[in-house]
Write a protein that binds this ligand. Structure first.
Ligand code: XCZ
Ligand code: ZN
Length: 261
């Protein structure tokens, strides 16, 4: 083929300038979860979540999303059980959202988009010495995905929303020293799980995804607070931080399991 046919900028993601498809990728994320095709697995255990709110460190606008980062130097904030063979340490959580309420989530359920999606990122500190090494291993990471839907104001999220103006620009950080992220996780224990990847660079195929069936409710003002963040640094031409989600990826040879019938 013509050299120009082999590579074209149109294959690069507008935000991440990285290839939209990973050559040889067989377990990429996000995916559509077709409810009727998911397979109930009676051997899946309930997910155990134990977070220590004092491990919370700061909120950081990294130019893709805003991350709430945690002290992961000990096993004080961990998850265990579910589909996992080891306990995993909480490192950070962040969100993906749209410019409008009709889209914004990364995963979809029966092709339905939610206005936003929360990701709580954990790494396998039992098997790997650092997060950076765990990122490169098939069982290195576990990410809990929680859908956000438009509804009542979420009290727990509001403490986070109130701090967002301080991280409006890329590469700004604000101290945030006590927050319990379990207030953002629905009480219903039901989840889907599948083997996937990170949805932003390095897109490595190292994630056991645990997607909660029940969404949490947030109100319009809280979603608007996400949308007033900027991708751009102070002094640059302002670009609103919206639509920071990756397109759906092919399921390939994967089965999504459910913890519920
Ligand atoms: C820590 C990290 C990096 C990249 N992408 C993700 S994500 N969106 O898959 O949770 N998390
Ligand atoms: Zn994410």
């Amino acid at each position: 083929p013509e050299s120009s046919e082999v590579f074209s900028w149109k294959f690069l993601h507008p935000l991440w300038q990285s290839p939209l498809t990973i050559p040889g990728g067989t377990r990429q994320s996000p995916i559509n979860i077709q409810w009727r095709d998911s397979v109930y697995d009676p051997f899946l255990k309930p997910l155990k979540i134990s977070y220590d709110p004092t491990t919370c460190l700061h909120i950081w606008n990294n130019g893709y999303s805003f991350l709430v980062e945690f002290d992961d130097s000990t096993d004080r904030s961990i998850i265990d059980g579910g589909p996992l063979e080891n306990q995993y340490r909480l490192k950070q959580f962040h969100f993906h959202w749209g410019a409008m309420n009709d889209w914004g989530s990364e995963h979809t359920v029966d092709c339905k988009f939610y206005p936003a999606e929360l990701h709580l990122v954990h790494w396998n500190a039992v098997l790997y010495p650092t997060f950076e090494e765990a990122v490169m291993e098939g069982n290195g990471l576990a990410v809990i995905g929680v859908f956000l839907k438009l509804g009542a104001c979420h009290e727990g999220l509001q403490t986070l929303v109130d701090a967002l103006p301080a991280v409006k620009h890329k590469d700004t950080v604000i101290e945030f020293d006590v927050f319990d992220p379990s207030c953002l996780i629905p009480s219903c224990p039901d989840y889907w799980t599948y083997a996937g990847s990170l949805t932003t660079p390095p897109l490595t195929e190292s994630v056991t995804w645990i997607i909660k069936k029940q969404p949490i409710e947030v109100d319009e003002n809280q979603l608007e607070a996400f949308r007033m963040l900027l991708f751009t640094s102070d002094g640059e031409e302002e670009k609103r931080m919206v639509d920071n989600f990756r397109p759906l990826q092919p399921l390939m040879n994967r089965t999504v399991r459910s913890s519920f019938q």
